[in-house]
Design a binder for this molecule. Sequence first.
Ligand code: SAM
Length: 224
Amino acid sequence: MEEDNQSFFWIKSEGQRKLATENLVPGNQVYKEKLIIKKGTEYRLWDPFRSKLAAAIMNELENFPFENKTKILYLGASTGTTVSHISDIVGPNGIVFGVEHASRVARDFLDRVASHRSNIIPILQDARKPKEYFSVFGKVDVVYVDIAQPDQTKIAIENCEMFLKKGGYFFLVIKTRSIDVTKSPRKIIEQETEKLKTKFDILQSIDLHPYDKDHAMVIARYKN
Ligand code: SAM
């Protein structure tokens, strides 16, 4: 096993080097991912075909601000696949505020993920109304946005203005096909990053291919 940092791990499984996080809730699986015990510690394999953050790591993500004690606002928690790995990483003293508006999905998120993990605070709200997240307190270190909405960049900026600390990190998943089907993915990424430039320094933009063909991820830092 290689330890790249304390946040995620590379574990040999079936002859391949695979990404994993240390399971915060030993024995608990979220999406049928493989659990592996090494030297008495349990790890969960982190599937880049199921999680865009894992895909970004596979594709040379340069900044990884998720670590022990990090506080994160995550928009578009869905059933909690990625949130669960972030919860592993930030540990018992970190917090993930997970916002999800679709009630059926949110129920799954609660049952399968949030109810087992004390560092996740589920917020059943519309990301367009950040003033209604009554349970978010203080500023966060990272805002992560994966809501697949045409106006997601605007929504994301409003959330950052309310909750992201200065110098904090911003991860934006861009669904290159949902915004405008007539434009090329590269043009869409340029168009979206342009909207960020007054308030953010753009650090990286990552194509998530081959793990995810329709998405890119933009990583930026909130200006001081
Ligand atoms: N990030 C998830 C993962 O990696 O496991 C997948 C997110 S999925 C592509 C997008 C999610 O955003 C859906 O569950 C959808 O219900 C949610 N969503 C879309 N618009 C939203 C909004 N305005 N407020 C809150 N959640 C929203």
